[in-house]
Design a binder for this molecule. Structure first.
Ligand code: PLP
Length: 301
């Protein structure tokens, strides 16, 4: 075998999905990371992240190599770890790994990186962690034409985070099977995505997005029972640029129906207008959607 690749050589597809395995010591402290081939298996079948969904994750947007809302994501990663009683992730190590993945995907207009931390292999006192990236799918259509959403009962009260913290409402855990099942139910109902409603009648969030309404010059988003969104956070911080003010307040399905414009927003897919709710068409604000998507894409931090 020759060490010089033939002229027809193209990089392996794994060049498009960099993977860094985070190394830990027995006390739960991260010691660094090593590069690995995403085409090969790395997980132990006894890993509690797989057998119990017992772990946490974050997904970050990368625009031309720049990891966006990095601090907000890392802080939320640490917050999720606290909520699951996991050892605090060493954010310096995770930050370096995420930035390294961003660098490797810098040729792509849009990409993403995910960090995952699990409770590790059952019976071993060793956490499992990795950071993995990919180029993003093309979301132009969703961002311009919008999504049809179904309102689905979450079956939990809006105050569940206070009354039953063990349900982990508002933590970004690996147990997203419920979120995926909800999207399949929405598809059965002819919709694309979901907005969850609490059992006491308040809008919560999407399975992987935050709800934002515009009524006049006021933006609003629900205040409780949900994961604090980094995308919504950045849009709310910049609201004055568009002459808008932003508030967190309890919202109901009636508020959604009556709003002049509504969106679900998230990392990677960014801003998608809601164009129908439970089969009822509703107006979209195409110009603000485009402005926000341009703004999010241009973020350098
Ligand atoms: N809510 C849930 C349940 C999520 O999983 C996510 C993340 O995708 C969001 C909201 C939106 O958060 P972000 O804007 O930080 O991606």
């Amino acid at each position: 075998s020759s060490s010089t690749p033939p002229s027809s050589w193209t990089p392996p597809s794994s060049a498009n999905h960099p993977l860094l395995l985070i190394t830990h010591d027995g006390s739960g402290a991260a010691t660094g990371f090593v590069e690995a081939d995403a085409e090969h298996p790395h997980l132990n079948v006894h890993d509690l992240g797989v057998t119990r969904g017992d772990g946490i994750f974050e997904t970050y947007s990368i625009g031309r190599g720049h990891v966006q809302a990095l601090d907000a994501h890392l802080e939320r990663f640490a917050r999720s770890a606290r909520m699951l009683d996991l050892p605090q992730p060493d954010l310096g190590v995770w930050r370096d790994a995420v930035l390294a993945i961003g660098q490797r995907l810098a040729d792509h207009e849009e990409a993403w990186v995910r960090t995952i931390l699990t409770r590790g292999v059952e019976g071993h006192d060793m956490l499992t962690g990795w950071a993995q990236g990919r180029p993003s799918p093309d979301y132009r259509r969703e961002r311009t034409e919008g999504l049809r959403i179904a309102l689905l009962d979450r079956g939990l009260r809006s105050d569940v985070a206070q009354t039953s913290p063990w349900l982990l409402a508002g933590a970004k855990t690996l147990s997203y099977a419920v979120n995926r099942a909800a999207v399949r139910e929405a598809q059965r109902r002819g919709a694309d995505d979901v907005v969850f409603v609490s059992s006491d009648g308040f809008l919560l969030e999407g399975p992987n997005s935050t709800v934002v309404l515009r009524r006049g010059s006021t933006l609003s988003t629900p205040p409780f029972g949900i994961l604090p969104g980094t995308t919504q956070g950045d849009l709310f911080a910049a609201a004055p640029e568009w002459g808008l003010k932003a508030v967190m307040e309890p919202l109901t399905p009636d508020d959604l129906h009556a709003a002049e414009a509504a969106w679900i927003v998230s990392s990677v897919r960014h801003v998608t207008p809601i164009r129908a709710v439970d089969g009822v068409e509703r107006p979209i604000d195409a110009s603000l959607s485009a402005a926000w998507n341009g703004y999010l894409h241009a973020r350098l931090s």
